[in-house]
Design a protein around this ligand. Structure first.
Ligand SMILES: Nc1nc2c(ncn2[C@@H]2O[C@H](COP(=O)(O)OP(=O)(O)OP(=O)(O)O)[C@@H](O)[C@H]2O)c(=O)[nH]1
Ligand SMILES: [Mg+2]
Length: 471
């Protein structure tokens, strides 16, 4: 797919700014820019300039001067797209941006589709598909962890790991297929022991990559943490304390929060999404009931559940203290796999006596981590953040291991893993070469889907449609 047309788009964010960049890519990019550019110093023509040079001048249409600009020239193949590229840095008024873009459209450019610059880069072999996808992730990254993963993927860490396995597997596939040509002679070109080793190794790497998605996916989207508990225990106060702003309404009326309130916070480079929920209780209020139903939905979606209770109330009433243990057990039974953090709030109100009885109550809640805090004064809130970080397995991040964040990659990895298991089984049971070759080809196919050796127009359309225009 080689494009004959020249595309144009705004590369910087839409709206006014100090400077805006308009990008052209395609075979006429330099000629088109040149025909509408007048150098300030002399009569130099852009078409005669070297690659990777910058020129000060005016964008003109006939005698009309639109703006004073800096024009950068990148000649193929040494550009982002691999085609001739021109970048016009103009003054950042929306009017100027539009005038320049429209001028180039009149002169024969076509408006770029979303992600078309990166699509061209992919088609011209400047990036493989997973690297191209990482460009979009990089633009969307808003914290250290998601940035680190996108950066690693863009620099080819992920693709090179996949490509290496694919190549080794391809070697064996050819040997096994060669054996088929000599079927009469009953020879084995592919050493079965070595092949078994390779299949084991591939399974291992695939398994690690597949497992990393659990971490990668939440890091990319922010780890959802639901704050739940009975009414009035201080859930909204805690949300505000975490975010350090008055995000949610706090009052001493039970049932203040009706709808869920969500906001994001980056802790040590990891993005968390805190969800304040309606307090759980039996109520006849219709709106509140809807809120409580939503609370349970949010628990389902959450990666971590923070269960809050009022330490002052609990430690002064035996009946209530028994109740809370039951309530916590209920949540645990309902969501046995959710990491649960139990929090005793309002410890600023506790007398020494009450602190004692609180400790004995907490000791009845088995197998859970608990903390004591005062959401109001902020005591213990930092400690809570540290605990939350412990719930995220950041080991892989710290060790700079490849982490899969993309659902499409995850899907292909799962399919490749399935095929490799078939190959493994075939080896163990002495399956004939021709049948094994089919499974190997299937596995290779799914490897190729990730890096883009194997693509369809539909797939490409899907991926790049999610990019912004100008990228
Ligand atoms: N002394 C003390 N009061 C607190 C603390 N946290 C919350 N409160 C008070 O407890 C009351 C209820 O707080 P909220 O944050 O609205 O409680 P909630 O759990 O969101 O309540 P609902 O939205 O009704 O479910 C308010 O009067 C808060 O000021 C705390 O750590 N110490
Ligand atoms: Mg509330």
């Amino acid at each position: 797919m080689i494009y004959n047309d020249t595309i144009v788009a705004l590369a910087t964010a839409s709206g006014a700014g100090a400077v805006a960049i308009i990008r052209l890519s395609g075979k006429d990019a330099i000629a088109l820019a040149s025909a509408n550019f007048k150098s300030v110093t002399n009569n130099k023509k852009l078409v005669n300039q070297k690659t990777h040079t910058i020129h000060l001048g005016h964008i003109v249409e006939g005698t009309r001067v639109i703006d004073q600009v800096l024009v950068s020239i990148f000649k193929n193949p040494n550009s982002y797209t691999g085609e001739d590229v021109v970048e016009v840095s103009c003054h950042g008024s929306v009017y100027i941006q539009q005038e320049i873009i429209q001028l180039f459209l009149r002169k024969g450019c076509r408006m770029a589709n979303p992600g078309e610059f990166t699509l061209r880069a992919f088609l011209n072999g400047k990036l493989d598909l997973s690297q191209a996808e990482a460009v979009a992730d990089l633009i969307a990254s808003d914290n250290e962890a998601s940035h680190q993963i996108a950066m690693q993927q863009m620099r080819g860490g992920f693709s090179s790991e996949i490509a290496k396995l694919r190549e080794e597997l391809l070697n064996f596939a050819s040997l096994i297929e060669l054996e088929l040509d000599f079927a009469e002679e009953d020879v084995e070109f592919a050493d079965r022991t070595q092949f078994k080793d390779l299949v084991e190794r591939i399974s291992f790497v695939l398994k690690r990559l597949i497992d990393s998605f659990a971490v990668g996916n939440v890091i990319k989207n922010g780890i959802p943490v639901a704050i739940v508990g009975e009414p009035n225990v201080g859930k909204s106060t805690l949300l505000n304390a975490l975010l350090n702003e008055e995000r949610a309404i706090v009052s001493d009326i039970a049932g203040t929060t009706r709808d869920t309130i969500e906001d994001e916070l980056v802790i040590n480079g990891i993005g968390f999404r805190f969800i304040d929920t309606a307090g759980i209780r039996d109520t006849k209020d219709v709106v509140e009931s809807i809120g409580i139903k939503k609370t349970f939905e949010k628990i389902e979606q959450a990666q971590v559940v923070v269960y809050l209770f009022d330490a002052d109330v609990i430690s002064s009433d035996d009946k209530k203290s028994e109740n809370i243990v039951v309530e916590i057990e209920k949540i645990k039974n309902k969501y046995p796999l959710k990491p649960l953090l139990i929090i005793a709030n309002k410890i600023d109100k506790l007398t020494e006596d009450k602190k004692q009885s609180l400790n004995s109550i907490l000791s009845k809640v088995e197998g859970s981590q608990y903390l004591s805090i005062s959401a109001k004064s902020g005591e213990g809130v930092e400690n809570l953040k540290t605990q939350l970080l412990n719930f995220v397995n950041t080991g892989a991040l710290k060790n700079n291991e490849t982490i899969v964040t993309n659902t499409r990659h995850y899907d292909s990895l799962l399919k490749a893993f399935e095929e490799i298991q078939k190959v493994k089984y075939g080896l163990e049971t002495g399956l004939s070469g021709d049948l094994m070759a089919i499974d190997i080809r299937q596995a290779l196919y799914h490897f190729g889907e990730i890096t883009g050796e194997i693509t369809s127009d539909d797939l490409l359309g899907n991926i790049f449609a999610n990019f912004c225009i100008g990228k």
